[in-house]
Design a protein around this ligand. Structure first.
Ligand SMILES: Cc1ncc(COP(=O)(O)O)c(C=O)c1O
Length: 480
């Protein structure tokens, strides 16, 4: 809610708030059944005393629009329309609870909202800083597009042919030899995962994934009634010696992995571990989803070749994306897989959204064809390396003795383990009050309560500096 009362107006604040809420209720934005924020949260949102909020709520309750319950929650029970209507309005809240897609974890809902609070220092965000996004070059690309051939129509089911050809070329550089018919353009790698979950797996199936993993922070598989089984990692990535046992024990259908600059641990799977992983999965007949969205973000040397580059038996479904290296707003990613799989996923995608934005696809193709994408990736690598170095210096300066971490060789993340006993929710709340947004480890693994995912990609350099020193103060304060 962006609205705030007008402090210079002669109308009392509680009347302004009452009017604002009444408006929300009568427009149906707060439908009957909607739980409204707590008095404390409303007072913070509107920048007023709690007593002002209480006055507004009491009036609305007296008018029959709101009702409080014994636990302190308040719900909309009527709207002006329903007060006049003969039959009661639908209870949208019960519909909301019945939808089959899982809601986000509350911590993630909180983070998703708070990321847009002005002035918030985002110490965990998995996105390039606005300073690192190539706005001027993007403008030039769009100008060039509008001067040359470019279509505003729908695209083929597998995506813009021109872009798929560029992706084929790009993948050739990674030793993945494929063709446009084996590629599906998706609206980000996340959509690729959604299509795989819906198109290739039965309800009740199980998939293996690293623990912790990005995959636990979204409910792509769980919402399709697929169980996620976490396989422990060590510093080289997923522990391949456990895979046969887990595959048999859980009758797993697939294994999901992020071998390069893993989210959230930053871990890079070395060559030998990649070979072991391919061997065990091939012996077990266990297909792999290789999520390679961070591949381009290496600092000193490129990561070992993708699993997909050593895949004669078509075991691997490969996911790439421009989100982490160019622009998440383009929403352009790709799935590389055998043709029947691509056709199945493309067919579902057509029913879903009839293709990703054609404008984005044309722009992405131009970035890749012109060589600007590779040039930009070189620039981003240097910038991220500088940010990684600074962040490690800051961790050494402020968190030594109260936390441990390892130094990533690419990607966005440092997986920080707090070695002192700090309730993470309390730390999150105190940091939030101080204007710092954290990504607690439990988002990526329920048992990773003593971890934080620190990202050096998003916050400005001075924000990293202030944020990490403040974080250290808060941890020490809580521990005393
Ligand atoms: C490992 C991994 N895969 C996929 C995604 C989603 O990327 P996209 O923006 O391409 O959908 C993310 C984003 O954080 C990620 O970390």
């Amino acid at each position: 809610m962006d609205w705030k009362p007008d402090f210079s107006s002669e109308t009392p604040l509680y009347i302004q708030i009452k009017k604002f809420m009444k408006n929300k209720i009568s427009l149906g934005e707060w439908a009957v059944g909607t739980k409204i924020p707590s008095q404390r949260a409303l007072a913070e949102l509107f920048n007023v005393n709690r007593s002002t909020v209480v006055s507004a709520l009491s009036d609305l309750t007296a008018e029959g629009l709101l009702q409080g319950n014994t636990k302190g929650g308040t719900k909309v029970i009527n709207n002006t329309w329903s007060l006049l209507a003969a039959s009661p309005p639908p209870d949208w809240s019960s519909y909301v609870q019945e939808g089959t897609y899982y809601p986000n974890q509350p911590a993630i809902q909180h983070i998703n909202r708070a990321e847009f609070h002005k002035g918030m220092i985002r110490l965990g965000t998995g996105e390039l800083s606005p300073d690192l996004l190539p706005i001027e070059q993007m403008k030039r690309i769009f100008n060039k597009l509008t001067e040359n051939s470019f279509s505003l129509g729908y695209e083929e089911p597998k995506g813009n042919r021109h872009l798929r050809e560029q992706v084929v070329e790009y993948l050739r550089g990674l030793n993945i030899h494929t063709s446009p018919s084996n590629i599906l353009i998706v609206s980000g790698a996340l959509q690729g995962l959604q299509l795989i979950a819906m198109g290739l797996l039965q309800r009740g199936a199980s998939i293996l994934a690293e623990k912790p993993s990005y995959l636990y922070s979204v409910h792509v598989f769980q919402s399709n009634a697929i169980k996620m089984i976490g396989v422990p990692m060590d510093i080289e990535g997923i522990q391949t010696s456990l895979i046969s046992r887990y595959k048999k024990g859980y009758n797993a259908s697939l294994l999901y992995t992020i071998p390069s600059f893993h989210n959230p641990t930053g871990c890079l799977m070395p060559e030998t571990r990649r070979q072991e992983l391919m061997k065990v999965c091939s012996d077990e007949g266990l297909p792999i989803i290789e999520d390679d969205v961070y591949r381009e973000l290496w600092f000193d040397e490129p990561p070992p070749l993708p699993l997909k580059a050593r895949d004669p038996n078509a075991l691997v479904l490969y996911l790439g994306s421009l989100s982490k290296s160019l622009s998440p707003g383009l929403r352009v990613g790709w799935v590389v897989a055998p043709e029947p799989v691509i056709e199945r996923l493309a067919d579902i995608k057509m029913q879903f959204d009839y293709g990703s934005s054609s404008i984005s696809q044309w722009a992405a193709a131009e970035w890749m064809k012109s060589g600007l994408y590779q040039e930009h990736a070189t620039h981003i690598r240097a910038q991220l390396k500088g940010r990684r170095d600074l962040t490690i210096q800051l961790l050494n300066a402020y968190l030594l003795g109260i936390a441990t971490w390892s130094v990533p060789s690419g990607g966005f993340y440092i997986w920080v383990r707090l070695t002192v006993d700090v309730p993470i929710q309390m730390l999150f709340d105190r940091a939030f009050k101080a204007g710092i947004l954290l990504n607690p480890g439990s988002i990526y693994d329920r048992s990773a309560g003593s971890f934080l995912r620190i990202s050096y990609a998003y916050a400005k350099m001075h924000e990293l500096e202030w944020g990490i020193s403040k974080l250290a103060d808060l941890i020490k304060e809580i521990c005393i």
